[in-house]
Design a binder for this molecule. Sequence first.
Ligand code: DOR
Ligand code: ZN
Length: 419
Amino acid sequence: MTINLVLKNCKIVKADGILEGNIAVENGKIADIKIAGLPEADEIIDCKGKIVLPGMVDAHVHFREPGLTYKEDFSTGSMSAAFGGVTTILDMPNNKPFIDTQKKFEDKRKLVKTKSYVDYGFHFGVSSENLEEIKKVNAFGYKVYLSDRERITYEDMQKALSMVNGKVFSVHPEDPDLAKGINRPIEAETTAISKVLEMNFYGNSVNFVHSTCMEAVDLVRASSKSVTNMVDVPHLFLNSTHIEKIGAYAKMQPPLRSHENVNELWENLDKIDSIGTDHAPHTIEEKEQEFEIAPPGIPGVETALPLLMNAAYHNRISWEQIVKLYATKPAEIYKIKGKGSIEIGNDADFVIVDRKREWTIKAEYLHSKCGWTPYENWTVRGFVEKVFLRGNPIVDQENLIGKKGLGREMINEKSNNSM
Ligand code: DOR
Ligand code: ZN
């Protein structure tokens, strides 16, 4: 056995604990994890007691291809992910055109094939006009925008659920009658969630991809159905007062909630199933428009892990919780094989972090095409030092080592299209 790479003297973080040891990598996979004594290797990296995390799994990003590449494209988005320690992403379908037919899905797969720096999978868009198409496509997630009645109604979401099984429906829960323009109260969210929970899931599962408050989280927890919640990073690190400070740069849907609301989420992290960024870049010109007309959405795939590491430094979250919420559970919810955890047999996706390094977030250091961040000038402790994708170094300090196209599309083999 030729071991290609050994990471030694690591603090390996798993969802359920931290162990000190060495990791051996062979053919892009984790071949062994040992406390001591690993075999000879082509390359040995001494981590000197640093924390080693699995590559993060962000199941909610908008990389804007096709059609909206003036905001972001698959290369800039995935490069930004790589620098943020995110080695697996699931992209959303609200592109131009909306990806809701098999043809559009296949065209998108071809279009981005050579562009990614990290591994990726897709969401398929569910819309009233194209329900039959769901059966034809093997995506990791099926995205339902309930807030937009033009796209889909509750009735048609129920129909969609009845047409397939074993799928994961990622639901944007805002009731179209209660969420209007910039007025989007918590009741819009809880109403939509309650209505979905009354549906028959027919062997599918539902993940509410923007759970902004404990009311929403509690509804999910009280249900006996196959349902999970995902909290977006902005709903943990920003609140409605940021709208006064930075205007439309803090506009998103569902909107930022009150400070008290955000604190409640932090106090109940153990009740949250997963975290995603909802990395939703728009240009500065778009965000400089009046609040009412500026598009909603906040970028963040590169800043999420640093913000979470900073929260760990301040004892608001544990390292195990970071791994669980932002790597292990998203991989589990979306059935992404080989990702999200440092286990023998899994892909050798790692992030070596310098947990004490303090740095100040500035848009000029980041790699998203949009060119801004709501966290401008925030000082954080925790730096993504080295990132590996299937054993390949892709980021080293401020340098990009990985190549465009090294990121592979992951195929959802287990998905079942038939009834
Ligand atoms: O704030 C949001 N931005 N919410 C969404 O549902 C869509 C997203 C986007 O694509 O910009
Ligand atoms: Zn989104």
